[in-house]
Design a protein around this ligand. Structure first.
Ligand SMILES: NCCC[C@H](NC(=O)CCC(=O)O)C(=O)O
Ligand SMILES: NC(=O)OP(=O)(O)O
Length: 313
């Protein structure tokens, strides 16, 4: 039984990429594989793309899909062991995960970072709670520390649009009114770092350093203009500070991505994006924006991950 919890669960990036291309060309080719199988999707947070693209991927594979907005419709879950449950939490993860495992063959879970409790977030309390107590494979649909379906869709998009063998790819922080998780940036840097042919770097204001265990030797610049020079792909994302955890330190509007800064590069963002805060209209409405293609590739990223899981059952 295989899970898709992080991009470390990809056994071979080239073979996943070619399978994604195959699924994109002939989406129904593997429709027998999931026949009679049920995919359960539990959302503890909002979603447009992940919910619909994963359902579409399941449809392509012949699976039946059951989706629940768990955060608003499920019983509030307790994750700690040995708690006296006389407060707000009505159900323990131990029962919930085992019960769901009887109804489903594969389980997708979306559970963002709290951004208040670093220890629980880093321990992936919700995702790993389901992994521990469910008896079926788990698909990460954005957890506290990673968004591996997004990162794989981003890699598909870059491979489709790259004119060069060694494209220059820059991840740039941008302002945002809210404190946002690190998950998208974390999985993206991990994915880019695994491809030595990419000339990859990160730019953000001082204080927005990401988890050093993931950044490792990837070059980081505090000078956005310098970092973006001659880039082929500019991936924009806001994240809150990692230290102090979850803080919004700086909302300098000068970090918004403009057409002038983008130049000839392709623009990428996972969406949803706040126009004229994160990126100006001209970029999103221009010919160099890949955001719609990225969202389309979410279907094939999910399809490959589900296909690999189904093959392992
Ligand atoms: N799944 C893609 C991104 C989800 C989330 N963004 C958000 O919550 C944006 C919400 C807002 O703009 O209000 C994030 O950054 O991890
Ligand atoms: N990019 C992404 O995961 O979008 P949703 O949050 O809408 O699913």
């Amino acid at each position: 039984m295989k899970h898709y919890l992080s991009i470390d669960d990809i056994d071979s990036i080239p073979s996943w990429l070619s399978l994604a291309a195959e699924c994109k060309k002939a989406p129904l080719k593997y429709r027998k594989l999931g026949e009679g199988k049920v995919l359960g999707l539990l959302f503890f947070n909002n979603s447009l793309r992940t919910r619909l693209s994963t359902q579409k991927a399941a449809f392509h594979l012949g699976m039946h899909c059951m989706t629940m907005n768990f955060g608003s419709e499920g019983w509030a879950l307790e994750f700690e062991d040995g708690t006296i449950m006389d407060q707000g939490k009505a159900e323990h993860i131990k029962e919930a995960a085992q019960v769901v495992s009887q109804y489903c063959d594969v389980l997708g879970v979306r559970a963002f970072a709290s951004l208040t409790d670093k220890e629980k977030d880093e321990a992936e309390m919700v995702l790993n709670g389901f992994k521990k107590y469910a008896s079926i494979p788990i698909l990460n649909m954005e957890s506290a520390t990673g968004h591996p379906l997004q990162a794989f869709a981003d890699l598909i998009t870059i491979s489709e649009h790259s004119q060069k063998k060694n494209p220059k790819i820059v991840l740039s922080w941008a302002p945002h009114p809210k404190a946002l998780p690190h998950a998208v940036a974390n999985s993206f840097i991990k994915m880019m770092g695994q491809n030595p042919q990419f000339e990859f770097s990160i730019t953000h204001p001082m204080g927005y350093e990401l988890n050093q265990d993931l950044v490792q030797h990837i070059p980081v610049s505090y000078d956005q203009n310098k970092a973006l020079k001659d880039a082929d792909f500019v991936y924009v994302k806001n994240w809150s500070a990692y230290q102090p955890y979850g803080a919004v330190l700086n909302n300098d509007p000068h970090w918004m991505l403009t057409q002038d800064k983008l130049g000839q590069a392709k623009f990428m963002h996972c969406l949803p994006v706040r126009r004229n805060v994160v990126v100006e209209d001209r970029v999103l409405d221009g010919n160099n924006s890949l955001v719609i293609q990225q969202a389309n590739n979410r279907t094939y990223a999910a399809q490959v991950a589900l296909l690999k899981i189904l093959e392992s059952l």
